[in-house]
Design a protein around this ligand. Structure first.
Ligand code: SAM
Length: 249
């Protein structure tokens, strides 16, 4: 009973709430939610009644104290965010850190996360990927961060909001190598789900081609950079050449 369950919830399609997640939410004395009204909708759909408390980014420390009090009283608590997995571009990490520090057990109940969902259907064969999440909202800062990410030898995974998707993809195309693969995954698990895959250079035109392409929630993935071309000769060849030249040959 004195366990904090960290429960992943659907990204849109409610059928994605796993049987195990349903069981845990049903059994919890308290559900700590990012937005209690939003979570109430999910609970109503599954006819689950539980007491809700708010645990969002502006009250996470206070929420952690409340949750620790419930656990100390012997109650099981479930932590959820609005969509997907808590602590992935969402509140939750501070609560988990505090609950662990207080000596209580934390059990994850895995389920959807938009990043992994998009990756699973993107068809990228890149061995590595880096979760970036949301880039800075301001263009200058965003482009500076992209310059820093450019040489990272991995696919880059971003989250973006609809009102910034056009500017963000324009910055990707202007900053990163145009031949890199671009994946725009929108409305995952929902009615208008769409996964576009093409060269990064064509991204802005794809978004402009149809206003619907700019609507909804987005995961954007850019494939790994092209392999670095060795500049000049390999180090060993340089050394031998220097020796030979030094000997006047
Ligand atoms: N915790 C969530 C997870 O595990 O994926 C992420 C929460 S973050 C605040 C919300 C962002 O996730 C959205 O702006 C969007 O970038 C992405 N996202 C969430 N649901 C999505 C969906 N159905 N389709 C595409 N992207 C989605």
């Amino acid at each position: 009973s004195s366990v904090l369950y960290v429960v992943a919830t659907p990204l849109g399609n409610l059928a994605d709430l796993s049987p195990r997640a349903q069981e845990v939410l049903r059994g919890a004395a308290w559900i700590a939610a990012e937005d209690t009204r939003h979570t109430q909708g999910l609970l109503t759909h599954f006819a689950i009644s539980a007491r809700l408390l708010a645990a969002h980014e502006h009250n996470e420390r206070h929420a952690a104290e409340q949750i620790i009090d419930k656990l100390a009283a012997g109650d099981a608590v479930a932590l959820v965010s609005d969509a997907g997995t808590p602590a992935v571009s969402d509140p939750g990490a501070k609560v988990v850190e505090a609950v662990r520090a207080a000596g209580f057990k934390v059990i994850p109940i895995p389920g959807p996360s938009a990043a992994v969902t998009a990756l699973s259907a993107a068809g990228l064969t890149d061995a590595r990927w880096l979760f970036v999440g949301f880039l800075p909202a301001k263009g200058g800062e965003r482009r500076r961060e992209l310059e820093a990410l450019k040489p990272v030898p991995a696919a880059l995974v971003f989250y973006e909001a609809p009102h910034r998707i056009v500017d963000m993809v324009a910055d990707l195309a202007a900053t990163l190598e145009p031949g890199r693969t671009l994946v725009i995954a929108r409305e995952l698990t929902k009615t208008f789900e769409q996964i576009h895959v093409g060269p990064l250079a064509d991204g802005p035109a794809w978004l402009a081609a149809d206003p619907n392409h700019q609507r909804g929630e987005f995961v954007v993935i850019v494939g790994s950079p092209p392999p670095a071309v060795e500049e000049g000769l390999p180090a060993e060849a340089e050394r031998v050449l220097a020796l030979l030249l030094g000997e006047g040959l």
